[in-house]
Design a protein around this ligand. Structure first.
Ligand SMILES: NC(=O)c1ccc[n+]([C@@H]2O[C@H](COP(=O)([O-])OP(=O)(O)OC[C@H]3O[C@@H](n4cnc5c(N)ncnc54)[C@H](OP(=O)(O)O)[C@@H]3O)[C@@H](O)[C@H]2O)c1
Length: 308
């Protein structure tokens, strides 16, 4: 996988891929590269206007690209169900689901339409419900994959079952780190359940390192940030970040490369996984904890009212 880039994506013709959060940032780059490789790409996003602009951009670069819009707000379980129903009505099979959309470190505790703490709700619970509802379509496809996007921040997370939704104590970064640990724990547990149940679905996690996107503006800076914090962020971003296109590579590797291992986690190979081509990423003991993963799965089923 040395030097792996989007040019190494195997032909995707005949495959249908659904990418959440494909309006911009890393999700857009994933959608764009998959379309260029021949996949039919479904932009599962909440804003039709943004979806149309993103699809027009991809179509301009890849004439004849097969693209579609499916409305999806991950902060609303009714919308998640509607999205899965619409995909099922239009496609007999789904080959690739990329659980990419996310929000980061919202300064104050905000809720989804269903009353979940927003980071847990969007980053984890919404994608859990979406994957559960799309499982029949994935199982119908040849070589189906589910790619779940994590973050280096997951390493600082802990699954606080006593206060999963930060009702007693909300800390923006703690909630983000927990939501990303939940995402990784889910990705690994999905692979175990797929193996046990003979579902044939490969579940692979991936993180982008640090990419220049709207994640910071929509998260920590969404309610204003102190000048000092802004200065620090600008400096750190200049030093450690890369473009969204480079950030998308580990996700694309997980989504398409023959070498990507089911149950694996991919990031980058250098500078504490911040730089370099796609490479296996560290999986901490907390993420490997199978008892915690089963408990989280049960909690997610109860909260979302969905089962795999
Ligand atoms: N950038 C990084 O350095 C970095 C590092 C580690 C992990 N990540 C992860 O990478 C993923 C992509 O982030 P990004 O950096 O590309 O950020 P971004 O530019 O802010 O994109 C986030 C995407 O998520 C969508 N989204 C947010 N809330 C949603 C909801 N309720 N329903 C449906 N879609 C929703 C946004 O859609 P709208 O356009 O409608 O807002 C947008 O398309 C996230 O999971 C993030 O945690 C990023």
């Amino acid at each position: 996988m040395a030097g792996w880039t989007a040019r190494d994506i195997p032909p995707q013709r005949g495959r249908v891929a659904l990418v959440t959060g494909a309006t911009g940032g890393i999700g857009f780059e994933v959608a764009r590269a998959l379309a260029a490789a021949g996949a039919e790409v479904l932009f599962a996003v909440r804003d039709r206007g943004k979806a149309e602009a993103a699809m027009a951009c991809v179509a301009g670069e890849t004439p004849g690209a097969r693209l579609g819009f499916v409305p999806l707000d991950l902060g609303e379980l009714r919308s998640v169900r509607g999205c899965a129903e619409e995909v099922a009505a239009r496609h007999p099979a789904l080959h690739l689901l990329v659980n990419n959309a996310g929000v980061m470190a919202l300064p104050t505790r905000r809720l989804t339409a269903d009353g979940f703490e927003r980071q847990l709700g969007v980053n984890f619970l919404g994608h859990f419900a979406l994957a559960a509802r799309l499982l029949p379509l994935l199982r119908t496809a040849t070589s189906p994959r589910v790619v779940t996007v994590t973050s280096l921040a997951y390493r600082f997370g802990r699954l606080r079952f006593e206060d999963l939704q930060g009702e007693r104590k909300y800390r923006p970064w703690r909630a983000y780190a927990q939501s990303k640990l939940a995402a990784l724990s889910f990705a690994l547990e999905l692979q175990r359940r797929s193996d046990r149940g003979g579902w044939g679905v490969a579940s692979i996690a991936a993180h982008p390192g640090w990419a220049m996107t709207n994640l910071y503006a929509n998260g920590p800076a969404s309610e204003g940030a102190t000048p000092l914090l802004l200065r620090l962020m600008r400096r750190a971003t200049r030093l450690f970040s890369h473009s969204a296109e480079i950030g998308a590579r580990p996700l694309l590797f997980a989504a398409t490369a023959a070498e990507a291992r089911p149950g694996g986690h991919y990031g980058r190979c250098r500078l504490c996984e911040l730089r370099g081509p796609p490479a296996p990423a560290r999986i901490t003991a907390a993420a490997r904890d199978e008892v915690a993963a089963a408990r989280l799965w049960q909690a997610a089923e109860a909260l979302t009212g969905t089962r795999f």
